[in-house]
Design a protein around this ligand. Structure first.
Ligand SMILES: [Zn+2]
Length: 386
């Protein structure tokens, strides 16, 4: 058994109680019993276990309801840590976080193009080692490692099956890292991890269905229903970047033509701007398109507005296939939101099928921002712990 696994295996009651303490602490044993319907002796004995595992601590005394003041319980957020890894195609970002998503340490190392599996894993291991080292003596309190990997991931085996951006296939991330670090490793597709990060740390309350769309170098989405990520039968649910938008469109990295992501990634925006704007500089980048738009250059503003229409079309397809209550947009391209959002929203108003869907689908920007994927990776471990 991998070290730390005992803390990740919990009975339903234990998990319920730990989550009460996490969400509502300081809270008394009596309040937990009342709110969960678990009997007071069971609550007491489970709290005892959680204190031995150093997940829960007693703190200040609460208000007395007549009689002795109850002892309040808090999550012991600083005795266990988790590592989140955002494994992109051009860099590996690592964070070490406490149990409530506070990032204590970060590291980042570049991935060079045409990398090999060995090289990719070596860089990942090195970035994780840097993070653990920076935690000093607390490095041995890391209980698990969550990996948000770009491309298609087989979650059960923790294998990266295919990544169009880095060209790697069948990378056995979980197997290699568990051997190396002797801790549980959970591997997930980066857009799904991002959805989990947004859901776990975005403070949205209870939502029945929730989708996060990540628009950057590629496009992916994570769909959460009843608090659970959706995978589909072959683990590719949410791969909306490869929905066909145009039958005879540009060739995509996946080999098909006219995929959604060939229209809306940073590179796609640059390609379109160069076609439309005769004096566009050769070294134009997505960031520069945004910069020129901000400076008031109408031609660049209209390229972004048009991108908003295209993003809106992709969102309408997602609404029509999944119909989520709320859709959160994140990723590098969404940094240009002031130019994108109006035409995204207008497109949904024009195209979504029913009035209810047009009115009631909530579209938001990510609340977490740049850290959402790395924190989502950390949440992969937290989700097991709680
Ligand atoms: Zn494609």
């Amino acid at each position: 058994m991998v070290r730390g696994t005992f803390q990740l295996m919990k009975s339903a009651n234990k998990s319920t109680i730990l989550n009460k303490v996490r969400q509502y602490g300081p809270i008394s044993r009596a309040e937990i019993a009342k709110e969960t319907g678990i009997t007071p002796p069971t609550v007491s004995s489970i709290i005892k276990e959680l204190m031995v595992e150093k997940l829960v601590v007693e703190s200040v005394l609460g208000e007395s309801q007549g009689g002795r003041k109850p002892t309040m319980l808090l999550l012991n957020k600083n005795d266990h840590y988790v590592i989140g890894v955002d494994a992109g195609s051009d860099s590996i970002k690592v964070c070490v976080s406490d149990l409530v998503g506070t990032i204590l340490v970060r590291s980042e190392l570049p991935i060079y193009s045409h990398t090999t599996i060995e090289n990719f894993l070596a860089v990942m291991i090195q970035a994780i080692e840097l993070g653990i080292k920076d935690m000093g003596a607390n490095g041995n309190k890391v209980i698990g490692i969550g990996i948000a990997m770009h491309g298609v991931v087989e979650v059960a085996t923790g294998t990266s099956l295919y990544s169009a951006n880095s060209g790697l296939r069948n990378v056995q991330i979980k197997e290699v890292l568990e051997k190396k670090f002797d801790r549980q490793v959970i591997v997930e597709n980066n857009s799904r991890a991002m959805a989990l990060g947004e859901y776990w740390f975005g403070d949205y309350g209870a939502l029945e269905s929730f989708a996060v769309i990540n628009i950057g170098r590629g496009v992916g989405s994570g769909i959460i229903e009843d608090g659970k990520l959706r995978y589909g039968a072959q683990d590719i649910a949410g791969e909306i970047g490869h929905m066909t938008i145009s039958l005879d469109g540009e060739k995509c990295s996946c080999g098909n033509q006219g995929c959604f992501e060939t229209f809306v990634t940073g590179n796609a925006i640059v390609r379109r701007a160069k076609k439309k704007i005769p004096d566009a500089p050769d070294d134009l980048s997505g960031e520069k398109v945004y910069e020129y738009a901000l400076k008031g250059q109408k031609a660049y503003q209209s390229v972004l507005e048009e991108t908003g229409v295209l993003i809106g079309i992709g969102i309408v397809n997602l609404i029509h296939s999944v119909n989520p209550e709320k859709i959160v947009l994140g990723g590098g391209v969404m940094k240009s939101h002031e130019f994108l959002m109006p035409s995204i929203l207008a497109t949904i108003q024009q195209r979504a099928l029913t009035e209810k869907a047009r009115k009631n689908t909530i579209i938001n920007l990510s609340r977490i921002g740049d850290d959402v994927t790395v924190l989502g990776a950390a949440a992969l471990v937290l989700k097991r712990l709680f």
